[in-house]
Design a protein around this ligand. Structure first.
Ligand SMILES: [Zn+2]
Length: 344
């Protein structure tokens, strides 16, 4: 073995370095050629142990030094190039024109829900919440809709496969009325509260029906709450919501949780009650159901029978939004169609 071999390796390496320039791929090839286990240099180093002790001393240290030089030079260069590349990647051109960020806004339904909440809050109503996944008791039984009651068919229900820990059947609430007894269990009358939220029905969809929709429930309970109270509150609410004077009309109806029960209409805001195609020339628009709270519902909440009176009333937030903003199809709200959403 001689020093010449080492000199040759060194000069080959220098030549390789020049050829590779800043090319990381080529530098990696150099690394394999000069530093890998099978490289000529490492083979030489391996052979040192078979040399005489004299040779070992002289050649060994020289070979080790060469390897160290090659390694330091190559690895430093690779690191430097890599760092330069990273810097280039992070470089920001402060003079480039900015990219416009797309800014979202509240969905029309959220806006209308907030409007409704604001109006009721101004009439000193409280806003409460109820769970969307509910058991049969709060959604049906507590509201005087026991099993096998024909009225249960009025609510086509999405049942949930799994029962809860108590073994109760679960469903997604068919109305926000599930919050009535939940609220009454925790509050003593008098109170007035609204419960806005989502509800679900297992039914076919069309321009006026959706399987998922928003509702709100209004519940007013006290010692001497009457139908007249309902009429005046409803009138005030609708007039504030539509920004014009609205009349209320009640028609007898049936709901298990109210007695007596009514459907209520509001005066047509298109023709102001004179009659037009929107209201089918009746001058009235159907709004929803309401009634005096059935005493059985108070009993479900643990209230003493006939001690309190109250009224409950609920309807769809989509319907209100459709009327106020001339939306023709309820399915638009959840279509995800930005052309629709951006209009409001
Ligand atoms: Zn009309």
């Amino acid at each position: 073995m001689s020093k010449d071999i080492l000199e040759k390796i060194k000069s080959d390496f220098e030549k390789g370095l020049q050829e590779a320039g800043n090319d990381l791929g080529k530098l990696e090839e150099l690394r394999i050629k000069f530093l890998s286990r099978k490289s000529e240099l490492n083979q030489l180093l391996k052979g040192i142990k078979d040399l005489s002790s004299e040779e070992k001393k002289e050649f060994g240290s020289l070979a080790n030094q060469t390897r160290k030089e090659v390694e330091t030079k190559l690895m430093d260069l690779i690191e430097e190039i890599q760092q330069r590349k990273d810097l280039e990647k992070d470089w920001i051109d402060v003079t480039a024109p900015g990219k416009k960020e797309a800014i979202g806004h509240l969905n029309l339904l959220s806006k209308v829900q907030r409007e409704i909440e604001d109006i009721f809050t101004s009439m000193s109503f409280e806003i409460a919440d109820g769970p969307e996944i509910e058991n049969e008791w709060y959604n049906f039984d507590a509201l005087n809709i026991p099993k096998n009651h024909p009225a249960r068919d009025l609510w086509d229900t999405f049942w949930i496969k799994n029962k809860n820990k108590k073994g109760e059947k679960l469903l997604v609430r068919t109305h926000t009325s599930n919050a009535q007894v939940r609220y009454m269990e925790k509050h003593k009358p008098p109170f007035q509260v609204i419960v806005p939220g989502k509800a679900y029905r297992y039914e076919a969809t069309d321009a006026h029906h959706e399987h998922s929709f928003c509702q709100f429930e209004a519940l007013v309970v006290g010692d001497s709450v009457s139908v007249a109270n309902f009429k005046s509150i409803a009138q005030e609410f609708f007039s504030a919501f539509f920004g014009e004077k609205i009349e209320i009309r009640l028609r007898p109806s049936y709901f298990p949780f109210t007695e007596p029960s009514f459907e209520f209409d509001i005066s047509c805001k298109v023709c102001q009650g004179k009659g037009c195609p929107t209201c089918g020339h009746t001058g009235w628009l159907e709004m929803g159901g309401c009634g005096m709270v059935n005493q059985r519902v108070f009993e479900s909440a643990g209230y003493e029978k006939n001690k309190y009176q109250g009224f409950a009333w609920g309807f769809g937030i989509e319907r209100l939004a459709m009327m106020k903003h001339q939306v023709g199809d309820i399915r638009n709200f959840r279509s995800g169609d930005l052309r629709f959403i951006r209009q409001f």
